[in-house]
Design a binder for this molecule. Structure first.
Ligand SMILES: [Zn+2]
Ligand SMILES: [Zn+2]
Length: 159
């Protein structure tokens, strides 16, 4: 038996959890801190960080870590995939169901009892894409986009 869910829910922690769940986005600790401060003006960013870490460890929230991008958090703990913009760091939910076949395939191909899996899609978000087409000097070529898609094709996962 784990004591995951017996974590003491302090008032600060409760407010952080409520505000995060109300956001339906993937805020950074900074963004969440700004929001929580409206209710608890004296709360520090360090306190928000510490509580986010504890809430994530206890499974109340999800911590989204992508290499080279600021850590983000969300109140949704259901299995789902994320899309990260490589230009601005924005994170969105990928509107596709989690692939249980993929997990099963890895489970069957290895000695692991696979418990969960994470898939991170990297790309350029619509607003960054729009601003780069308006500004031709910052434009990413069509060829780059195609190779992004190819490198994230699931077939490569099995090769
Ligand atoms: Zn972007
Ligand atoms: Zn999400």
């Amino acid at each position: 038996m784990t004591n995951d869910n017996t974590m003491r829910m302090t008032r600060q922690r409760q407010v952080i959890l409520e505000e995060l769940k109300a956001m339906h986005t993937h805020p950074t600790a900074d963004e969440l801190h700004r929001r929580v401060r409206a209710r608890m003006p004296s709360i520090s960013l360090a306190t928000v960080y510490r509580n986010l870490k504890l809430l994530a460890e206890a499974g109340f929230i999800t911590e989204i870590r992508t290499v080279g991008v600021q850590r983000r958090y969300e109140g949704n703990v259901d299995d789902h995939y994320h899309l990260t913009c490589v230009r601005c760091g924005r994170v969105d939910d990928a509107p596709v169901p989690a692939d249980s076949d993929l997990q099963e395939a890895v489970n069957n191909a290895t000695g692991y009892r696979v418990l969960s899996h994470r898939v991170e899609f990297l790309g350029v978000c619509p607003s960054c894409e729009k601003s780069s087409t308006q500004n031709p000097t910052a434009r990413s070529g069509r060829g780059n986009r195609v190779s992004y898609k190819q490198s994230h094709n699931r077939k490569e996962f099995y090769q």
